[in-house]
Design a protein. Structure first.
Length: 141
């Protein structure tokens, strides 16, 4: 399975770290099983590769927040330094403006910075007050 990210093809099937990431994400799927039946059903329905896992994660983001999630992931991907949770929460307030190019709209920012972690699901993590984008494994070429 391949997907194109920033004009670079990445083959997730043969990435050396992809198995670890796949298992980590599969374990995330199992954490909500509270009884034997739930566990058995979830085990049968686990995604078999990273493409399926990421597709499930992205499709699990409410449509209303997909644009915000993309904006957050872009800022985390291209920031010069790790960003604090409060900083990342402000990102959704940056909106296009016909006159200025971009402007800051405070009403778009959630009062709870932890909403970033809910919107981006298991695509980002917080460590010591800084938010990081969980990186897909790089291909070995």
């Amino acid at each position: 399975m391949s997907f194109s990210y920033m004009q670079t093809d990445v083959n997730l099937t043969f990435c050396p770290y992809s198995r670890f990431r796949l298992v980590s994400l599969q374990v995330d799927e199992l954490q909500y099983c509270h009884n034997q039946d739930d566990l058995e059903n979830q085990l049968e329905d686990l995604p078999q590769n990273l493409d399926e896992v990421y597709e499930r994660i992205v499709s699990g983001i409410h449509k209303k927040y997909r644009e915000d999630a993309l904006k957050i992931l872009q800022w985390l991907s291209f920031s010069a330094r790790p960003l604090g949770l409060d900083e990342v929460a402000q990102v959704v307030g940056v909106v296009p403006d016909l006159d200025q190019g971009l402007c800051f709209k405070p009403s778009r920012v959630s009062s709870d910075p932890r909403s970033v972690l809910m919107i981006c699901s298991s695509l980002v993590t917080e460590t010591d007050g800084e938010v990081f984008k969980k990186k897909p494994p790089m291909s070995s070429q």
